[in-house]
Each structure stands twice: as C-alpha cells, then as structure tokens.
Design a protein around this ligand. Structure first.
Ligand code: FES
Ligand code: FES
Length: 178
C-alpha cells in the first residue's frame, strides 16, 4: 500500500477522473481522502486513523493502491482515481473474481476494512493472477483489520486467483464451488 502517488504520469493540476466522472478543480490543501468523502460524497472511501497507518482509506490511483489520507487531492493531477464502488462496476476479470470470492468466502466481520483489502487484492491479481501466499501478504502490507486475523482474507484472494486461473470466478479447478 503506497503513501505516494504512482509516478508514471506527470501531475497536471486542474482535472482528474474519479470513477466514471472527470472532475475539475481538485482543491489545494485538502487530502484526497477529505476531497473524496466530504466534497464528492464517496463514502465508500473509509476514514480510519487519518495518519497513514491503517490503510482503511485506500483507493486506486492509476491502478495502484494509495492511502488517500496521505496525499493531497491536487497532487492527483490527471490521474484516474477508483474507489471500490466505481471499480465494482467494471467487468475486468480480477474485479469479477475478487468480488465473487468475497461473496463466497465472506472473509470480513465488521467490514470497515473491506474497500482497502478488496482494492489491494484486485490490484495484486491484475499484476499477478497466480500469486504466492507471500505476494498476498506483501500486497496487504500497511493494511489493518481489527477483526479477522487476516487468514480468511488471504484465503479469499487465493480463491479468487484459482478462479482466475480456471476462468470461472468462484469455482475451484475441479469445478466445485469453493
Ligand atoms: S485513514 Fe488513511 S491510513 Fe488510516
Ligand atoms: S473486518 Fe473489521 S476491521 Fe476488518
């Protein structure tokens, strides 16, 4: 989980894209978290510690997980921000596989950390559709879950990865529902 924005595109103050909408005038001085929640009403972006420690505020910026409390909204420039609600509308294989695995495995309890872990899992599986367990733990570095002990969430990602390999989200290699 990143505390900095991806650098593959130069920041261009003035506009960016949040989910499906092009936004102009990202404010100076506000964190990305504040802008998304307080002005754009993206309440699926969770506010936790607000100090960069819990990861609850994760969003994807140009496909990479970023702690939105740790960057300024104006730094986003012309990049594309996805929150979980916007990403859930996409039909790409990793999104479908992870959402199906969450549905089947039900790995969360209170649910406060759901956006962060789901976004991190999607970003991981887009890059590494067949990850080792260590890769999943690395992708979850900096994310806190106070309820689950992490194992069910890791298992959820492994389930999603298996379904990606099989091309049938939610099913194991032998066709059984996992
Ligand atoms: S709210 Fe951003 S890391 Fe905790
Ligand atoms: S399920 Fe409660 S914080 Fe993760």
């Amino acid at each position: 989980m990143n505390d900095m924005l991806p650098s593959n595109e130069p920041a261009q103050p003035g506009f960016c894209r949040v989910n499906t909408v092009t936004r102009q005038g990202a404010p100076g001085g506000e964190s990305l978290l504040e802008w998304l929640r307080d002005e754009l009403d993206c309440l699926d972006v969770r506010k936790g510690c607000d100090t960069g420690h819990c990861g609850a505020c994760a969003v994807l910026v140009d496909g990479l997980p970023v702690k939105s409390c740790s960057v300024l909204a104006q730094e986003v420039g012309a990049r594309h921000v996805h929150t979980l609600s916007g990403l859930s509308l996409l039909k790409d294989p990793a999104v479908v596989a992870v959402l199906a695995a969450v549905d089947q495995r039900q790995p969360f309890q209170c649910g406060y950390c759901v956006p962060a872990f789901v976004l991190a899992a999607i970003a991981l599986l887009r890059e590494a559709p067949d990850p080792m367990e260590a890769d999943i733990h690395a992708a979850f570095a900096g994310l806190l879950c106070r309820c689950t002990g992490y194992l069910p969430i890791v298992e959820m990602v492994m389930l999603a990865a298996r379904s990606l390999q099989d091309g049938a989200p939610g099913q194991g290699r032998d066709g059984r529902t996992i």
